[in-house]
Design a protein around this ligand. Sequence first.
Ligand SMILES: Cc1cc2nc3c(=O)[nH]c(=O)nc-3n(C[C@H](O)[C@H](O)[C@H](O)COP(=O)(O)OP(=O)(O)OC[C@H]3O[C@@H](n4cnc5c(N)ncnc54)[C@H](O)[C@@H]3O)c2cc1C
Length: 418
Amino acid sequence: MTRNVVIVGAGLGGATAAAVLSRAGHDVVVVDRHAAYPADFRAEQLVGSQTDALRRLGLLEGIVGQATPMLDATSACYGTIIDQTHSLHYGIHYADMVNAARSMAAGATFITGRAAQVTTGPEFQTVVLADGTALEARLVVLATGPSDGGLLAPLGISQTMLSEHHSLTFGFDLHTTLRRILVYYGERPGDRMDYLTVFPIGGVMRANLFCYLDPGDPWVKLFKRDPKQALLGVMPSLERTIGPFEIVGKVQVRPNSIHRADNAWQREGVVLIGDAYQSSCPAVGTGIGRILADVEALSRLVPSWLATPGMGIDKLAQFYKDPAKQRFDNRAVRDARFRRALCSEAGWQWKAYRTQYYYRRRTLGVVSRAIGRDGPTAGSVMDRTQRAAQAKGAAHARLALTWKAAKRAMAAVITLLT
Ligand SMILES: Cc1cc2nc3c(=O)[nH]c(=O)nc-3n(C[C@H](O)[C@H](O)[C@H](O)COP(=O)(O)OP(=O)(O)OC[C@H]3O[C@@H](n4cnc5c(N)ncnc54)[C@H](O)[C@@H]3O)c2cc1C
């Protein structure tokens, strides 16, 4: 029996693609090694444009039903508040996010198993599972995450390394009286710290620390042995902002490299989405946005691909050349390289950038608080629904626009001065 689409891998990319394509009436089979996505340290927050994309795909309510919403976020450094924003964040464990997305793909057929081989052709594709089961489809979507599981090389698809050992992410729970989101930036570039973010998931305060250290760095060993001492060593004024705290339970560490399957477009019959196509640096938070841009592109293109015979590279090129997808993918790499340099480079240009960046945000934060406008326009990740709800009436909206223009002008002046 030939299916419309076989999706290999049901992490966030595969599960959301399955939900969207099956809801559109396509005959979809999903293969994953795990019947339910297991506990894993990955993205633990949904914010701004990510929630916008989930809303457009009709998946937001189902996914954030299990999440912890939070409005207030404070950014700080050197024990001093930089700015405060009121935008909607959701704290949620990655496994809960994925399993909620899977449950919204009720129209798809789920098979638990490992895909061992994919063969493709101009019309029909075959996925062979480790137990010998063969699945035939018009289109195969590979959503296998950052490690290809040996499926790509036989297809002639190779991964180009864009930045090896790019960053390290730590995840842990905190005992603290803090009950709002905190983003606390690294205090010295030599430490190669980007930021610590603290946020609630259920009744637990969770913390993610993003840095640009090699996994073998002595500080990493110290952090595993005595995380509080190691953290205060690089963020000495942290307790002035969050008060006394303890790190409890297990510390998780994940190294991240950035790679891209540059020649994937040359293979007929198969598209790569999410981390299978390009991995992301967690510090810039572009992984989920990129996945959802891929799924939105698929939802636009797959109906017309299936409506005519063949699944050649001319059709698939439309996916890889999709302007929104390309924008997300390229921005993810650019932003990842920029942030790494901003947080670790020693040259005078980077010192100037850091000074300018800090004082610009700090001044805008002070002005926002002084005139009581640190709400609707202060955050770059403002949730649109919330913004619409808060911007009551045309007069309010005009005021918001004026403030936005004033902020831009102030930012330009601060940039020139620093
Ligand atoms: C520590 C960490 C923190 C992060 N934080 C953020 C953040 O704050 N914001 C953000 O936007 N992004 C973040 N990211 C990135 C984000 O989590 C990833 O981009 C995203 O999880 C990738 O999803 P995916 O669906 O592509 O792959 P995955 O979620 O890895 O799913 C791949 C699936 O494929 C299955 N699979 C693989 N091979 C086979 C096979 N041969 N047969 C059958 N099944 C197979 C696996 O079982 C798995 O279920 C973070 C990543 C990490 C590691």
